[in-house]
Design a protein around this ligand. Structure first.
Ligand code: NAD
Length: 261
């Protein structure tokens, strides 16, 4: 399954929260941009914004619309290219309106966890409670036939602890944004030796492709050893670290990534 396919059906858990709302915004924009690529025309992209709070979800949709509008205004030139086959979109404001519609059209605000049973990728940003995270992640994992990948925004729970608690067999990594995600251009990618290489590659691509992320050479590897390579090197580096111990990843690696736009 390639990058675009992996992002066709995504869920964000805790989407109405401080972190979840920003993660949802970045993911919605990335998915909309993928959906507008000529090779993806006709494919359905679906982003479930899952939260227990109806009020929170209502606020989220307003936040999303306002933010996408601002973003669209900033990238009108790029959007004109994306919509170049649309003769009906003449003025910049036509293009902006269409883009906002296309992003919002991908997002499904829901209060039920079952929507995540169809996702290939699940971002987890619910409250910092191990028992609740374990319950929701294992429930999704047990009911989802696609063997989904889980990207967790946890600040303090070691990734291997979540992995073992929810029995995810290595299909979880830390994708730790700083607050607020759409503004703070720093993400911590926390991998473990059990992670499939393809999953780490997609996580890296997601940082790289949508918002112009670049790996920082000032990374934070275990035992203070230096890493100065590219993404493929990083994946090899992570595997090579497997004999070492590191509290956040239990012998994987941690990399800080600065998003450049
Ligand atoms: N706030 C920060 O500065 C910050 C920074 C980095 C990482 N984090 C991490 O991000 C995660 C979320 O933190 P936050 O500050 O956004 O919390 P928050 O309280 O703002 O948001 C949590 C959201 O989860 C929702 N939620 C609670 N139970 C749920 C359930 N059963 N199903 C679905 N949704 C549910 C809540 O309604 C809320 O909208 C935590 O793991 C935290 O450690 C927080």
């Amino acid at each position: 399954m390639n990058y675009d396919e992996k992002l066709q059906n995504v869920s964000v858990l805790g989407a109405a929260g401080k972190m979840g709302s920003g993660i949802l915004l970045l993911t919605a924009v990335e998915m909309a941009d993928l959906s507008l690529k000529p090779e993806n025309k006709g494919k359905t992209f679906c982003l479930n914004a899952i939260d227990v709070s109806h009020e929170g979800l209502a606020g989220l949709m307003k936040y999303l619309k306002d933010q996408v509008m601002k973003l669209a205004e900033k990238k009108t030139v790029a959007l004109r290219k994306l919509y170049q086959d649309r003769a009906d979109l003449i003025e910049n404001e036509d293009v902006i309106r269409e883009y906002v519609f296309d992003v919002m059209n991908i997002v499904r605000p829901v209060t039920t966890i079952e929507s995540a049973y169809h996702s290939q990728l699940v971002f987890e940003a619910i409250i910092e409670n191990l028992d609740l995270k374990k319950k929701l992640l294992s429930q999704i994992n047990e009911n989802n036939p696609y063997k989904p990948w889980f990207f967790s925004n946890t600040s303090s729970i070691p990734i291997h602890v979540l992995d073992e608690a929810a029995k995810l067999d290595g299909r979880i990594l830390g994708f730790h944004f700083y607050n607020p995600p759409a503004v703070q251009r720093l993400v911590e990618l926390i991998t473990t030796p059990k992670n499939p290489a393809e999953m780490v590659e997609v996580a890296a691509a997601q940082l790289d492709a949508p918002v112009g992320a670049r790996p920082l050479c000032e990374d934070h590897p275990p035992q203070g050893s230096a890493f100065t390579g590219t993404w493929p090197d990083w994946i090899a580096f992570t595997a090579a670290c497997s004999a070492r111990s590191y509290s956040r990843s239990n012998a994987g690696g941690v990399l800080f990534v600065r998003l450049t736009s």
